[in-house]
Design a binder for this molecule. Sequence first.
Ligand SMILES: NC(=O)c1ccc[n+]([C@@H]2O[C@H](COP(=O)([O-])OP(=O)(O)OC[C@H]3O[C@@H](n4cnc5c(N)ncnc54)[C@H](OP(=O)(O)O)[C@@H]3O)[C@@H](O)[C@H]2O)c1
Length: 219
Amino acid sequence: VKYGVLGTGTVGQTLAGKLVSLGHEVMMGSRQSGNEVAVAWVKSAGGSASEGTFSDAAAFGETVINATNGAASLDALKAAGAENLDGKVLIDVANPLDFSGGLPPTLTVGNTDSLGEQIQREFPEAKVVKTLNTMAADVMVEPSLVPDSHNVLVAGEDADARAQVSGMLQEFGWPAEDVLDLGSIVAARGMEAYVTLWLRFWAASGTRILNIKLLAATE
Ligand SMILES: NC(=O)c1ccc[n+]([C@@H]2O[C@H](COP(=O)([O-])OP(=O)(O)OC[C@H]3O[C@@H](n4cnc5c(N)ncnc54)[C@H](OP(=O)(O)O)[C@@H]3O)[C@@H](O)[C@H]2O)c1
């Protein structure tokens, strides 16, 4: 599959690197082509890796991943261009965190809305799927780092798109039964708000290698 990965941070590099290692073609996007981090990533990742602007990467990808700063994601996606996103699965891993008031961060959007929903509204022809935002980058692509079984959450309006993303997650090493499909993109409200609790889990456990598991009685 051809992936456009928007974002040169830890998450963009981690997801793009994993996808290349799985044999996919990946273009990493940033505000300007020739971004130092992206160029270094292309060198280290090898053959099927390339880099360009947000727009280049979105045009390249059959599937596009938003791994940009959550407070700037709408701007980054506008730069990517609706014409390069329409009809495609747009995987959103961003968290709308606002660090302007110091720590802990607050959310730029929440309660009655979410970044995932904002993106879906702004790009109605894209099939937005929120996932992977509830864990550290290392865990996203190597779930076995966390002991026992644990969940990755998926939410989006389009059931086929959610299934496609579940397939990518299984390629990453997530057992199918650990991919928890929450249905509508409205679930992004909870997935994004959870990150404020995740930060507390990090402090309480002393490690970022942590995750959650839904335990429920069988009815
Ligand atoms: N770090 C984690 O483990 C983790 C875990 C879960 C979710 N997340 C979420 O994943 C996303 C990526 O996180 P990250 O730590 O890898 O990187 P980040 O530092 O949050 O974001 C870096 C990316 O955002 C772009 N960006 C920053 N300001 C921008 C602006 N004003 N306009 C357009 N683009 C802008 C940068 O563009 P350039 O490339 O041009 O500089 C870069 O590609 C975030 O939303 C974060 O909350 C992170």
